[in-house]
Ligand binder design. Structure first.
Ligand code: 4AD
Ligand code: MG
Length: 462
């Protein structure tokens, strides 16, 4: 059985026999032996291998090139060289798959833009190894956070007929079925509309919230964690057409409880990363963002700032800043405003609450002032909006009225209104953009570099 390099390097005692498999990062030859750096993805570090020129089969060493898949058996011994505690003195090695000279990752230090063009090979680089190990750990930590608190994990549908956010940024579905091949011209394809297939227009979901509410109104506290889709034509470093969202929904919960859970989740994940992804974070700290660990420690230890929308507007107006988008009561906060608030004014994550009803979706609970809703956004330094959430409108009449005002037909949402007809109660939830969170916790500045195969406006290769 092969031993993971992570486990090899964590040994406290030498080993008489060890077997590793991985991909060659570099090879250097001297007269009497070769040094090989081998990586298997289990951690950032490589294991150093010494292949003596007297080894049987040493003649194969010229095939041990950067990128080749290699198997090595040998003794694990304390390294006399600098920079590593252990090395493997090979007794045999075998090239499993060669990599010719045109292997694109020969040199160190490729730009992220170049690496995006070879997204299928970038898991073999240091940066993307670190990013995707952290992504995996954070996904697991999200499940643990909710499961430990008794939340039920619900798989909300990906195909939906409702527009949760009401922003009209949905991908609509068509079906494409092969027709009977025409006599000579091979296969032709026919496009069937969604209306024919489902009996009504159907879309890729922008959020699992509405279906999540249905389950919260029966199972109590639930969460969904899955892919969501937005046909926003925004060419920014923070928007993707396909991204993952974590959406808890809690019965008998108000905005206060909702905000408290959002803050607790962010702190939990940051602490998990500091504790369990230390080697990867150290890499980001050295090569991506020099302030990363300091910022994460700060977030893990201090309470977040909280402010009402009206106060946030006052702070922005008093800042003396000349923003590209002028600040007035009633406007939606733009990313430059969000970043000013958390990076310069509060210097910490901040939740902004009680937004004007006019700029928010139909389902948010109307406050007693009639003009604002019980909604919040959690803003974080460098990424801006990390979480958006709200208490939901549980009063049937108010909800029906708001739907009409938003141009939605209550008949289309009969099932959603039923939740208010039968056993309605205060409930609340939020959505955390998983990739936005990963940008925050790794310091990586572009959302395309925290998604295995990014889909953004103009880009869906691989
Ligand atoms: O603020 P949003 O639109 O909220 C909702 O969808 C609610 N239904 C969530 C809920 O209450 N259950 O999106 C939630 C989060 C944002 O705060 C942001 O982090 C992320 O999803 N997000 C995006 N991430 C990447 N690319 C995009 N195009 C995103 N749009 C939103
Ligand atoms: Mg939002």
């Amino acid at each position: 059985m092969r031993t993971l390099i992570r486990h090899v390097l964590a040994r406290t005692e030498p080993l008489d026999e060890v077997l590793v498999r991985g991909w060659v990062r570099t090879r250097r030859d001297s007269k009497t032996f070769s040094f090989i750096e081998l990586n298997d993805g289990s951690c950032l570090a490589n294991v150093q291998i010494i292949a003596d020129a007297n080894l049987p089969g040493y003649g194969e060493i010229s095939r041990v090139t950067t990128g080749a898949a290699l198997e090595v058996r040998g003794h694990l011994v304390a390294s006399l060289g600098q920079g590593q505690k252990w090395e493997i003195q090979a007794t045999t090695f075998r090239v499993i798959g060669t990599a010719p000279d045109d292997y694109p990752l020969q040199k160190k230090g490729h730009s992220p833009e170049f690496l995006r063009s070879i997204a299928h090979l970038r898991p073999r680089t240091n940066l993307f190894g670190c990013v995707f190990r952290v992504r995996s750990r954070m996904a697991w930590s999200i499940h643990r956070f909710f499961q430990d608190r008794g939340f039920v994990y619900v798989h909300t549908p990906i195909i939906t007929t409702s527009d949760c956010e009401g922003a009209g940024e949905m991908f609509r579905l068509v079906t494409e079925a092969p027709e009977q091949p025409a006599a000579s011209s091979g296969t032709t394809r026919s496009v069937q509309t969604d209306a024919e297939f489902f009996g009504r227009p159907a879309y890729l979901t922008v959020s699992g919230q509405l279906e999540g509410e249905s389950f919260a109104c029966g199972l109590g506290d639930i969460y969904t964690f899955g892919p969501t889709f937005r046909a926003e034509n925004s060419h920014t470093a923070r928007h993707a057409a396909e991204f993952w969202m974590v959406e808890p929904e809690m019965a008998f919960c108000d905005l206060e409880g909702d905000i408290a859970l959002a803050e607790e989740l962010v702190v939990h994940l940051v602490r998990e990363a500091l504790e369990h992804c230390a080697e990867d974070l150290d890499f980001f700290q050295r090569f991506v963002d020099k302030q990363l660990v300091e910022r994460l420690r700060f977030v893990a230890e201090r309470p977040f700032a909280r402010v009402a929308y009206g106060e946030a507007i006052e702070i922005l107006r008093a800042s003396g800043r000349c923003f590209d988008y002028p600040v007035e009561h009633g406007v939606n906060l733009q990313s430059e405003h969000e970043r000013y608030l958390c990076e310069e004014h509060f210097r910490s994550p901040v939740t902004v609450r009680d937004y004007p009803a006019a700029i928010k979706p139909f389902y948010m609970r109307r406050n007693d002032d009639r003009n604002t809703v019980a909604a919040f956004d959690l803003l974080a330094p460098r990424v801006g909006e990390l979480i958006g959430g709200s208490q939901r409108e549980e009063r049937l009449e108010v909800l029906t009225e708001t739907m009409l005002a938003h141009g939605l037909s209550p008949e289309d949402y009969g099932w959603y209104l039923d939740l208010r007809r039968y056993g309605s109660m205060p409930h609340a939830g939020f959505g955390l953009g998983f990739e936005r969170f990963l940008m925050f916790v790794t310091g990586v500045a572009n959302i395309r570099d925290v998604i295995p195969f990014p889909r953004t406006a103009g880009q869906a290769e691989f």
